[in-house]
Design a protein around this ligand. Sequence first.
Ligand code: SF4
Length: 434
Amino acid sequence: MKTFQSSWHIICFFMVFNFHFQRKRQPGTTGNVLPENERNKEDMMQITIGLRQHVGAPCQPVIQAGDRVERGQLIARPEGLGANIHSSVAGMVTAIEPAQSIIIEEDSNQPNNFVPIPETSSPLDAIKEAGVVGAGGAGFPTHVKLAGSIEGGCVIANAAECEPMLAHNIAFLEKSPETIVRGMEYLLDITGASIGYIAIKPKHKKALIALGKAIQDKKNIEIKLLPDMYPAGDERVIVREILGHVMQPGELPSVYGALISNIESIKNCALAIEQRRPVITKDLTVSGRVSRGTQVFFDQPIGMPVGNYIDLAGGLGLGSGEIVMGGPFTGKSVTMENPITKLSGGILVAMEFPKDQRKFGILECECGAGNERLTEIVAGMGGTVVANTMCKRMVEVNGRFRCDKPGECPGQAEKVLQLKREGAEAIVTGTCQD
Ligand code: SF4
């Protein structure tokens, strides 16, 4: 919290929801990594598989309530832009909520094997069948992203693990770098790109060593270092830092011959091609005010409730407050009952909201929490929102406000004064710098 005058405060969203978590991951470490498929076995779970786990309209179910489903079975298809959805468990479909979710009562004994995706005529079709989506962002269908040629360009694996506290991507690189290297080779073949870069921060030394060994015989895959700042994982920051091109807001990396893919998406591509494995699991980081501190869980069934992983992390810690799904900057408030999706990454337990009933101004950043989330935080504290503005680098592109230089963050004094003039007694902000 920064004090400008005795009664003046800027409450930084990141500080409230990160620095005040009970236990902090030390830079470059990944917390405790639990075995794959670790789960709370006390009860048979009710699994809730969302019909919209991607950009585009919800999928249409291809099963009915009362049907039995196997692990890996196709249960919903997209109509238009989207990605196939498969059952993450074996069990009975107990209900279908149209356009929302499929509810499955899982069997007490779950198989380790799965129904493989059908044989396909190309690796790209395998990725499509498996329902791979961008696991680190909004869930853009990966087969659509890969369909455009970037002949002679580059594929960049985004290993920034951009938001603080998240650890599962780096933990996977430490555990299985070869999977990502093989995945990169598939993506190079599919897109016609001539070189692959793995973009990672230098503080992840163990992952760097593991990757260095995995690529030592590879002539067309290199490691590139990113600055240790937020938002280093933003596509425009990656293109600027690695390729030296300044992307305009709204431009795609393909304009510069680049395709950027998250680590877990690349893992899922490799598994789809090599094992015919649909996307039925998710890697997770649980952190914050949980009794056992930061935990990484690999390959957890999509649809499991958030509370399962908080239990596995020792339960809620002392003084715990809101549960946030995602990262501290851009995550969303959830409950114990919310299901894991293809896009879930962090399950973070925050401190209780500090009580503050003042009049608040909101200062938005593209890479941080938006107006809706910041308003929710003010309400959680008991305050009132009286004014709203954005970082001066935000520009409107196609009806959406975008940052024109992510990570090159200006001072916000002018915006602070504006909010003060409009009646704010304190500011809540998700901007990357003050
Ligand atoms: S320049 Fe402004 S909008 Fe862009 S990342 Fe920095 S604080 Fe956010």
